[in-house]
Design a binder for this molecule. Structure first.
Ligand code: ADP
Length: 209
């Protein structure tokens, strides 16, 4: 977060003389309390300052990167998950490739006849199947997919950071977001490397830490 010159001045004043009231900070800067209000709100929201009623503002002592890291550690999967693209087990490799192009995704989730998660298909799984001499219309995806119980999953209330760590540790591009159903795991979303990249960019342009 880029702090304005005035916001930096406020922090310096509170660091040196806190607890200090908004009124007193305004006086020191020769400004009105009203002019200062948005800056104080931003600094409090971002976690640099803490406001105590009838006492004034304290400096929390946290650096920008500590605040950023605290914020990232609170992100939950459900706040960022995207729509999952799913296909059935008996779909042909040819149709799976078409779906991947049409939906513009790199990972497909495969559902069994009960509608529960049974497999994952990546780009390379489909490329590998295409390298043989077989007719791609005659091979069903359940033959080539990575199957349960070897699928890495996450749940909507998991930390996004833990999902990102799974993507790195398991060297995969995506994770299905699942919930327990009567007959197996129901796929409700997906977290991919693109999801994490988007969050990274948003954090950089979001001015309120
Ligand atoms: P690519 O094959 O394009 O490099 P991935 O790295 O995602 O894409 O996939 C590598 C392998 O891991 C593939 O065989 C794929 O089926 C499998 N895979 C992908 N996602 C998962 C997952 N969530 N859980 C388990 N295996 C997965």
């Amino acid at each position: 977060m880029e702090l304005s010159k005035r916001q930096q001045e406020i922090i310096e004043i509170v660091k040196a003389d806190g607890p200090i009231t908004g009124e007193n900070i305004a006086e020191r800067l020769s400004l009105t309390r009203a002019t200062l209000r948005p800056d104080l709100a931003i600094l409090t929201m971002a976690g640099f300052l803490e406001a105590r009623p009838r006492v004034g503002y304290f400096f929390t002592g946290k650096t920008g990167s500590e605040l950023l890291s605290e914020k990232i550690k609170k992100f939950k999967v459900h706040e960022f998950q995207q729509v999952p693209i799913v296909i059935k087990e008996n779909v042909s490799v040819y149709d799976a490739i078409s779906t991947m192009f049409l939906e513009d995704v790199g990972t497909l989730f495969v559902l069994n006849e009960k509608g529960c998660l049974s497999g994952v298909l990546s780009r390379k799984d489909l490329l590998r199947a295409s390298m043989g001499q077989q007719d791609l219309n005659s091979i069903a995806v359940h033959i080539i997919m990575t199957r349960m119980p070897n699928i890495n999953v996450c749940q909507k209330d998991d930390l996004l950071l833990d999902a990102a760590q799974q993507l790195i540790n398991k060297e995969i591009d995506g994770l299905p977001v699942v919930k327990e159903g009567e007959e197996g795991l129901v796929v409700i979303g997906r977290i991919t490397k693109t999801t994490i990249t988007k969050v990274f960019v948003e954090l950089a342009i979001d001015s309120h830490v």
